[in-house]
Design a protein around this ligand. Structure first.
Ligand SMILES: *Cc1c(COP(=O)(O)O)cnc(C)c1O
Ligand SMILES: [Zn+2]
Length: 400
């Protein structure tokens, strides 16, 4: 393992990676994991990637696990990068791709953060953690915790997708529902963490889930033969996915595998768009979004702890931030399924809607390579679709 320390991106304080550290003890910022880049570089170039397991652990030089025995695995996969030929043609893109994170354990990309986060928690001797969630993160941490033998305490808005509740319950997590938003669940978690001295697994309050989520960036780079696409669109809630992809690309640039970065686009829903608003105002941090509500539940985050890191990733890559309506989200969800056979989640559909907007405004050129991130399976959100089928009696015939 090549981790050297944990570093605060705000005040640059350094912390010992051998201890469980949550936020920066000086300024309360999230912390980032830092590696000995020279050592990583020589090991990575010597490595035969093709001989490695076809999952996120193949990038082990850039992962924070000291002893491989601590790896908690549920059969992670390299998720497919699909060329959307039909949809691309309909919308006017020559090279439109979708990375389908719905095939991860638990049906969302949250399992990447949980795989690395729970493995590292195990390595650090954690016995119990608590976390607030909009559903998928709690479910992912609950299933990995079950395998690791760690106690999971999950606090979730009562409106979160039912399936994510069931995933927590079936895997033995202690689940609490709150009549409020993820920000309210966060307050309840913080009190429990303080009172019982357990690990706080809230988004970005522990430094290791970013390390898991960043593997999406490595995979995209490798799947394109280390030739980076022009634009990557990401449905942004807490922003860890985007921060992670940015971190991965910076690390690959540092070891000299890539040189140019893609433009990163944060996509949000019109009724919860704090990052978009901050971007439009040229700000470095966002303001709490009142009365947040969208069908894309996973991106209902009124104020992200790592907002400044998301905005930095956008500004530094000449990216942008766009919001789309719930109506469009559902429309593009149908379009993806009907033209490509992909039942994607509403969050993922938001990136398709945003890409189309950006193509129409010419921010994206028709011949650019564009990657949509579908962060989860549509199967987790059955109620976003209305089947409306006629009901037949046994002797009826169908007219085609
Ligand atoms: C959590 C989640 C997101 C948002 O991811 P962040 O990394 O928190 O920005 C997007 N889509 C789905 C399906 C999610 O569960
Ligand atoms: Zn700090």
């Amino acid at each position: 393992m090549y981790v050297t320390h944990l570093e605060c991106p705000k005040c640059k304080s350094r912390f010992d990676y051998k201890k469980l550290v949550q936020l920066c003890e000086k300024c309360s910022s999230p912390l980032l994991v830092k590696y000995d880049i020279k050592k990583v570089k020589s090991a990575f170039f010597r490595a035969k990637l093709s001989a490695r397991p076809y999952n996120l652990w193949r990038y082990k030089e850039f992962l924070p696990i000291e002893n491989e025995k601590n790896i908690v695995s549920l059969g992670e996969v390299i998720t497919p990068l699909l060329k959307l030929k039909n949809l691309g043609k309909t919308l006017g893109f020559k090279h439109l791709y979708l990375k389908d994170e719905g095939l991860n354990p638990g049906g969302s990309f949250k399992s990447r953060g949980a795989a690395v986060g729970v493995s590292k928690a195990k390595e650090l001797g954690v016995k119990s953690f608590a976390m607030p969630t909009n559903g998928n993160a709690g479910a992912a941490w609950a299933i990995y915790a079950a395998k690791a033998g760690i106690e999971a305490n999950i606090v979730m808005p009562k409106d979160a997708p039912l399936i994510t509740r069931n995933e927590c319950a079936v895997s033995g997590a202690k689940l609490y529902l709150v009549d409020g938003l993820i920000s309210d669940a966060g307050k309840i978690t913080a009190k429990a963490v303080q009172r019982y001295g357990i690990m706080d697994a809230s988004t970005l309050k522990e430094p290791y889930r970013i390390e898991g989520k960043k593997t999406m960036g490595f995979e995209i780079a490798e799947q394109f033969g280390w030739k980076i696409p022009d634009v990557i669109l990401y449905p942004t809630g807490g922003g860890v996915g985007l921060i992670g992809i940015y971190k991965a690309l910076l690390e690959l640039r540092e070891i000299g595998i890539i040189d140019i970065l893609p433009r990163l686009v944060a996509v949000q829903a019109q009724n919860c768009a704090p990052i978009v608003k901050a971007y439009e105002n040229g700000q470095k941090e966002s303001v709490f979004w009142e009365n947040a509500k969208t069908v894309a539940f996973g991106i209902t985050v009124p104020k992200a702890l790592g907002d400044f890191l998301v905005l930095e990733a956008i500004y530094k890559t000449n990216g942008t931030a766009v919001s789309v309506s719930d109506e469009d989200i559902l429309k593009y969800q149908l379009l993806l399924a009907g033209s490509e056979g992909l039942f994607i989640c509403p969050e993922g559909a938001a990136t398709a809607a945003a890409a189309h907007l950006l193509l129409q405004s010419r921010w994206i050129k028709p011949n650019e390579k564009v990657v949509l991130l579908n962060t989860g399976s549509g199967l987790k959100y059955p109620d976003t679709v209305n089947a409306n089928s006629p009901i037949l009696s046994v002797n009826d015939e169908i007219v085609i």
